[in-house]
Design a protein around this ligand. Structure first.
Ligand code: ADP
Ligand code: ZN
Ligand code: ZN
Length: 735
């Protein structure tokens, strides 16, 4: 009797064997329903085998094959197997978590019917010259439909009123709508209409852009390119031209972006550049139905461009010909729980698996990618100037906070500059990486600090609703009227967050329009969109915001950026803190002076001579990266070392440490060529009443580390850890 090995969403590092009844056709990649314990659950067939070790009396039968979806491809299954092995995560959980939620359950998958439009026979013979000239949009629609039938998304790029205009055209009898058959995800390849697309080529490429495009376009096989270009150098334009070339060959493109907040904007941008190309997005902000629909469009090849956040790296893409990872250095490509994968690294593996080129783009590449580009493993493509001849890089200056008058965290110099911008009707942005009013409340009598009773961290003061909130565990209390320790009423905020900066500015510039952009002010789904529109309409004088504002947005009236408290990252215990700060400041500085107005960046610091600020001022990423790499090499840190972190947490300190100590001994006992560090408390040693500690393993060779982890995992699985949560994080970013 044939046997299949099935991936199930069960936290065990194994596949599960089932028999297949006579007459039941089950193929690799198909979704099946199987009995598991007392439940019936959905799994994916990974292999067919002839014999199993499972005793005959225990083996069960596949109950049903779910035929309403196309089987997963062998290529995708290989990719998922690789991730399971590399990131040490149960294969079944990897496979199931890569699927849209709807496909993980035993419910019929009803594909969304797509509404399409085409010309009626009458519409087809209509002479556009006889059609009323003033009906501009209708003329455009007719012209477009004369070339080929379109779906609504494709027509929407023509005008905002397309829906209404279509109704009129339908009423006149020139156009008719039809639903396409529910898509089962059947491949659409070979559809000749795909190759014809409009390409809105607005710019002549600069020489550097052209060279970058040519280098990638000439590659028919796997190659990894690092596109290193300062903000505004026209990386996006390079992406667009590369996409155009792939679209001409009817290939699919995967474009990975870090931020879900940015996807609507980017979606709009690429739709405008390729008005009749089917572009879909994949990110966690979509409804389950949308995600399934989009995923299936990618699977059947109908989606030509897939724009998504990290999870989209697992989309089926039968015609994949190019992968682009924008802002490749961004840490949000790394998932911090469950399958702790780096979408950038998985994308590189996928590109090599499929034999297609991949482009990593950034103004401040990660040191990992940068080193690879220098050593020749990746190919370096540089854009050294700003694409718009008129746009200049912003000038940067440090303000020494020890030599100037400060007003609750804002220097007098900075306030003066803001005043000048307001007078000139230009925008200013104050960047501070802390939300709330103040990071801590302190008692002037006894020195009490507002610690969280569940965590090792401090509670942040939120004045708007007079609460202390822990940003680690969410615990909150009302602001006490007196010190809980000594009863003193003299409690005062220490340090600044976005709310405090906002209120200082309000006092100083009572007539200014101030907008605060942080996680608190943008909680509402549409708030951020409305804010962006306000900024673009120049209805804002001063923006106060966290890193949300640093990324990718283009604000033409913005000419001043003030950076309020970058110093803690300079001397952090996390060796990547400085790298991240450089990237963040370069990015936030890139917001200033993008159009024809020169921008200025003022950095408030106690260390104006720090090499990081010097390098930033000279826009010298190369010099900075070189010095960082020397430091990393001497200290034996990544990218010269490969790391894996074992983390554990639990209520009892003794249990947490006993587990990690045993893990340590078993690691040592394996006698592999890896370095095993000591068991230490986590950076936040207590969170939500759980004690947290960790153990780091590293090796100069990735292969050695991988071999070690494969041997270590079963030993870890065998350790007593009933009351603990533990995980292995390969290539960890957080310490
Ligand atoms: P990046 O992605 O590197 O930050 P963008 O691609 O957004 O840069 O380009 C910055 C600006 O320069 C945009 O307004 C873009 O339209 C413009 N631009 C890009 N390439 C060219 C070019 N070859 N000629 C003129 N303008 C260009
Ligand atoms: Zn006190
Ligand atoms: Zn807490």
């Amino acid at each position: 009797m044939p046997i299949v090995r099935v991936a199930l969403d069960i936290p065990l590092p194994t596949l599960f064997d089932y028999t297949v009844a006579e007459g039941m056709a089950v193929g690799v990649g198909q979704r099946v329903v199987v009995p598991f314990g007392r439940r019936q659950i959905v799994g994916v067939v990974m292999e067919r085998i002839a014999a199993t070790d499972v005793p005959v009396e225990r083996i069960k039968q596949v109950l049903r094959v779910l035929e309403d979806t196309v089987p997963l491809s062998a290529g995708l299954l290989d990719l998922l197997r690789f991730c399971s092995d590399y990131y040490r995560y149960p294969v079944g959980q990897v496979v199931l978590s890569a699927l849209p939620i709807r496909l993980r359950f035993d419910k019929p998958v009803i594909a969304k019917q797509e509404k399409n439009f085409r010309l009626t026979p009458g519409g087809a013979v209509l002479n556009l010259d006889d059609f009323p000239k003033r009906k501009v949009v209708q003329r455009r629609i007719l012209a477009k439909l004369a070339a080929q039938p379109c779906n609504l998304a494709q027509l929407k790029s023509l005008s905002a009123t397309v829906g209404k205009q279509l109704k009129e055209l339908e009423g006149e009898g020139w156009v008719e709508s039809y639903s396409s058959a529910p898509s089962l995800g059947l491949p659409l390849q070979g559809d000749a209409s795909i190759t014809q697309h409009t390409f809105d080529s607005v710019h002549t490429l600069t020489d550097e852009q052209q060279q970058a495009v040519d280098a990638v376009a000439q590659t028919g096989d796997y190659a990894c390119f690092l596109l290193h270009g300062i903000t505004g150098s026209g990386k996006t334009e390079v992406y667009v031209h590369l996409m155009h070339r792939v679209l001409q060959r009817a290939g699919q493109i995967l474009l990975l972006v870090p931020e879900i907040n940015l996807t609507p904007q980017l979606e709009g941008y690429f739709r405008r550049r390729f008005p009749d190309v089917n572009l879909i997005s994949l990110h966690s902000g979509l409804s389950e139905g949308e995600r399934l629909h989009n995923w299936q469009q990618a699977q059947n090849g109908a989606a030509q461009i897939v724009l998504g956040t990290r999870l989209s790296v697992f989309a089926e893409l039968p015609g994949l010909e190019l992968i682009i990872v924008d802002e490749e250095h961004d840490s949000s490509f790394k998932q911090q729980d469950g399958l702790r994968y780096s979408a950038r690294d998985v994308a590189i593996f996928r590109a090599s698996q499929c034999g297609v080129p991949i482009v990593l783009g950034s103004a401040t590449p990660s040191l990992e990618s940068y080193l690879n580009a220098q050593s020749g493993r990746y190919r370096m493509l540089r854009l050294t100037g700003r694409a718009l001849a008129t746009a200049r890089l912003p000038s940067m200056r440090c303000i020494n906070i020890n030599q100037t008058v400060m007003h609750h965290g804002i220097s007098e110099n900075l306030l003066r500059e803001i005043g000048q911008r307001i007078a000139r009707k230009e925008q200013s942005l104050l960047f501070i990486n802390r939300r709330g009013y103040a990071p801590v409340l302190m008692c002037g009598g006894c020195g009490w600090l507002s610690g969280c009773k569940h965590c090792a961290g401090k509670m942040v003061l939120h004045l708007s609703d007079r609460r202390l909130r822990c940003h680690h565990c969410g615990y909150q209390v009302r602001v006490p009227s007196a010190c809980p320790d000594c009863g003193n009423a003299d409690l005062h905020p220490v340090g600044s967050g976005t709310q405090r900066v906002e209120s200082v500015l309000q006092e100083r510039f009572p007539d200014a329009r101030i907008l605060r952009v942080d996680r608190d002010s943008t909680r509402n789904k549409h708030a951020w969109k409305t804010m962006r529109e306000q900024i673009h309409a120049n209805e804002v004088d001063i923006l106060v915001g966290t890193q949300m504002l640093a990324k990718g947005h283009d604000f033409p009236e913005l000419t001043l950026v003030g950076v309020l408290n970058p110093d803690s990252a300079l001397y952090s215990s996390d060796f990547r803190a400085a790298e991240r700060l450089f990237a963040q400041l370069a990015q936030v500085a890139g917001r200033a002076g993008r159009a024809d107005k020169p921008g200025e960046v003022l950095i408030q610091t106690a260390f104006p001579d720090h090499p990081l600020f010097r390098a930033l001022q000279k826009h010298d990423f190369e010099g900075w990266a070189a010095s960082q790499l020397v430091e990393r090499q001497m200290a034996g840190f990544p990218p010269f070392m490969y790391q894996a972190m074992l983390r554990a947490e639990g209520r009892q300190e003794t249990e947490v440490y006993a587990f990690l100590d045993q893990a340590h001994s078993s690691a040592v006992g394996l006698q592999h060529a890896v370095e095993i560090l000591g068991v230490v408390p986590a950076a936040l040693p207590r969170r939500a009443n759980h004690i947290r500690a960790q153990l780091l393993i590293q090796s100069a060779k990735r292969k050695d580390l991988q071999q070690f982890l494969r041997a270590w995992q079963p030993l870890l699985d065998g350790l007593p850890a009933q009351k603990l949560r533990w995980s292995v994080d390969v290539d960890p970013l957080e310490f």
